[in-house]
Design a protein around this ligand. Sequence first.
Ligand code: B12
Length: 484
Amino acid sequence: MPDTVPQFSAKTWRAPNLAISSIAGNIQPHHEVALADLVLKRKNLLPSIKKAVEEYQPDVVGLSAMTFQFNTAWRIAEFIKGLRRDIKIVGGGYHATLMYEEIASSDSGKPFDYIIRGEGEKTFGDMLNAIEGKQKWEDISGLSYRRNGGFVHNPPRPLENLDTMQLPRRNARMWDGYLFSGKKLDMVETSRGCTMTCNFCSMNRMYGRTFRTYSFERVMLDLANAKKFGAKYIAFADDNITLNVKRFESLCDAIVAAGHNDLRYIVQASTVGIASSPVLAQKMARAGIQIVFLGIENVSERNLKMMNKGNILEKTKKAIDYLHNNNILIVGGMIIGHSEDKEEDIAQNFEFFDKANIDFYGEQIITPYPKTGMRDILIKEGLVTNTSDYSKYNGFWANVRTKYLSSEDLQFLRWKYKRKYSTFFKTTPVFKANFPKIDLLRIFILRPYYRIKNFITSMGKSEREIFERDRKRFAEMNNFFNRL
Ligand code: B12
């Protein structure tokens, strides 16, 4: 889907969706397949979809959506059915997996012919076999299909053996324009799943508390393939690549040995994992790992406990040191808006990030994602202020309140502190070390320009008025349909 959150603006971050690339690589070769990453077509979305449908004349269209993107998937499904009613539409991904029963029994399910839950590679192929009359519908685990005006939900599909997975099919991508920091970005996975018990995360609803890995040989083939298609940046899609630190250390060594340390890598990691080994960060730097999405989450012991993270603060401090000592940039994951939070609790996190020279702030307001433990807790406490407009479920918008702050307060405070501690106006030593040219550009051109622009555009406006102006701009970001 084309929807993004402001932190991952499509101006600077345009990643291919690995899910659809992987499904394309694993369906029977006698089918024709094309991949449309709509993040590349945000400006002219519907005309691009119309042109693709006319050009490719699809029999089946698959739509991949996270929870905050599902509204868009629904509207696009309706739009495609409007173009050609005979096209079969199948929905998949996180929201469909978590909410298939609700979707099936609501208006949002109307334009869908099938829903695939969980991993889609093999289920999609089986669904195509059934369309060709080569397989029985009722035998396809993980599939929901229409019968007698309603949906039949087959039993869930057991997790796949990753050794049987073919590589993602990158040559099926219709458009180009994938990007991070001005260079071509691609996605590769080395494992699936997570065994941690964080109750705000949707992961264990997709794969349970499991962790499966791909062979290093496969990972190297995948990196070589991404390189062949011009990738300079690779984001590893692993949820927590530090779940097995020894394996991750060996993977870094394997990347160097295979000569793929000429790429630059972005990974997601836990502070506990990074802090557990003084040599890991060195090996990561040697392998070319430049950016880590670090799960700091919060610096209050009370809030960490509420998220089932345990008191990881000391490990967090160590992990930050290990990474920064190796010039690895940190995108700090921060989750604010917990039930006991007051303004000072939010300020405390931003102050910690500022003192620790965190390079990019990945702050999110706690989001009661469907079917998560955290949602049940927040609903029971009567703290969820938006239970149904899922298009706001992306960590940027306040869908909750705390016992002391309204969701309006939360939205404002997040904006206020992000602005106060913006790393755009304050360079960190590690950013300078990694991007010396961008740093100079910022110091001598960008910052003076934005300071003057902000001064002029905010003249005579109160802080709240400036906040409202920014909120309005962000609210328009994923508004693809009312522009028609
Ligand atoms: C890599 C990743 C990111 C990266 C890159 C994403 C990107 N494309 O830009 C970054 C760090 C940028 C990111 C950001 C965010 N992410 Co993220 N991300 C992931 C992660 C770790 C991997 C996704 C991936 O590629 N997996 C590998 C592929 C192969 O697996 P898959 O996506 O699950 O697909 C399989 C099935 O879902 C299914 N399937 C998927 N699509 C389809 C479609 C069809 C038709 C079919 C049949 C099947 C199917 O089959 C696929 C193959 O088996 C997932 C968790 C996870 N491990 O999956 C979280 C996850 C998807 N992200 C999540 C969220 C919330 C976000 C953010 C909103 C959070 C935030 N505010 O920062 C942003 C939004 C970014 C944006 N696009 O604007 C949540 C979604 C929860 C939900 N209920 O929707 C997840 C599940 C993490 C979580 N902890 O809960 N993310």
